[in-house]
Design a protein around this ligand. Structure first.
Ligand code: GTP
Ligand code: MG
Length: 363
């Protein structure tokens, strides 16, 4: 396990409401195989062009990370290539930013050829502007966080080869897009309503898909477990429907990933209903809701009727049984705005959720 030091950065004036802690960064670091040996949060007025954080803060961080025995510093913000390089020089350590960390996790989760191609495209696009001087001042390392996955062999090659690789991958992804398009139009001909499960990563989308369709897709307590969409047929009362599980969203989702995963996200397009799955027990639920709403808007899926499920309610209510939740019924305004409380794992609130879906597809 690689010893990592976590560095959170908060811009003072952007602070609104609850300031999120480093829990998410800790989970991301953990998922990518790092062991956090220390952490610090740096508050700044505005990003500095040289190091992002202030010079004095860099000195403090250098000391802290070295004392903790870290070999890598992971930031929860995105760094410009120059800032990243300057920080690596100043710290004499590998510096990973948020995008690189997330790309690394995606590389670990990519088990299919399509998934690997999509991640590699994102990695190549991330690397291209960072080629100059990359790792040259550090001992070249084998493996480790941010060095993993299909893109790693490309690091030492020149820009031209990466550019060639990008165009080849884009061609592959074009083929995937076509193939998916054909599959979708075939499904569309069946005239069965599609319900897309969307949400923040780890909110329980796959678990809910399994519960709704009696499937056994892999659901794990791990960020970005699901990369590829999965469609399963089920019945809601007297109607056949198709549920599609999708890749999870995250705050500050790297644009390279949205780009590379476009063909995957297109599976949401034919949906009659977007079922947003939120982790109802997460203190950051409102941030998650906003990220999901904003991402759906960015992808132009905001016109599709939406239903919110507040999942993991068994974590909130001790005595969790069907009908015991305090939530309003799906027809009531409060439930529509906040969401229908469910537990995908304990199979609670599922009938009420189905009624909500049923009402929307019959509209
Ligand atoms: N307590 C509790 N845990 C749940 C519930 N639903 C899901 N989980 C757990 O939450 C974790 C993530 O569940 P997944 O279904 O894999 O979540 P996901 O949204 O598909 O996550 P990604 O595919 O990684 O984006 C797993 O450990 C599940 O067992 C629930 O209703 N209650
Ligand atoms: Mg999943």
């Amino acid at each position: 396990m690689e010893k990592v030091f976590l560095a959170g950065v908060r811009i003072k004036e952007r602070r609104q409401g609850r300031e999120s802690g480093l829990e998410e960064l800790r989970r991301l670091a953990d998922t990518s195989g790092g062991t956090a040996v220390g952490e610090s949060v740096f508050r700044i007025d505005r990003p500095n062009s040289v190091f992002y954080i202030g010079k004095g803060q860099v000195e403090f961080l250098t000391q802290q990370a070295a004392d903790a025995g870290a070999v890598t510093v992971i930031f929860d913000i995105n760094l410009k290539p120059g800032q990243q390089r300057n920080l690596e020089k100043a710290l004499s350590m590998k510096v990973i930013d948020r995008t690189r960390l997330i790309l690394d996790i995606f590389a670990r989760s990519a088990h299919t050829q399509d998934g690997r191609d999509q991640v590699e495209l994102a990695q190549c696009q991330y690397l291209l502007p960072r080629l100059a001087g990359m790792w040259t001042h550090l001992e070249r390392q084998q493996g480790g966080i941010g060095m993993r996955g299909p893109g790693e062999r490309e690091i030492e090659t020149d820009r031209r080869r990466i550019e060639k690789r990008i165009s080849l991958l884009k061609k592959h992804l074009g083929d995937i897009k076509k193939r998916r398009g054909i599959q979708r139009s075939r499904r569309l001909k069946l005239n069965i309503p599609v319900i897309a499960l969307c949400g923040y990563t780890n909110s329980g989308k796959t678990t809910l898909l399994n519960t709704l369709t009696k499937s056994n897709a892999v659901a794990k307590d791990r960020l970005f477990q699901t990369l590829q969409p999965m469609t399963r047929r089920a019945r809601i009362f007297d109607r056949d429907v198709l549920f599609v599980d999708t890749v999870g969203f995250i705050n500050d989702i790297p644009p390279q990933l949205i780009n590379a995963f476009h063909s995957t996200l297109e599976e949401i397009e034919p949906a009659s209903v977007v079922l947003v799955v939120l982790d109802g027990a997460d203190p950051d639920i409102e941030m998650h809701r906003k990220v999901v709403d904003d991402t759906l808007k960015q992808l132009a899926f905001d016109k599709i009727p939406r239903l919110y499920a507040l999942n993991k309610c068994d974590k909130i209510y001790k005595d969790c049984q069907e009908g015991r939740f305090k939530s309003a019924s799906p027809g009531e305004p409060e439930a529509q705005s906040r969401g229908i409380e469910i537990s995908a794992l304990q199979k609670v609130g599922i009938e009420r959720l189905k009624s909500g879906i049923y009402d929307l597809i019959n509209k």
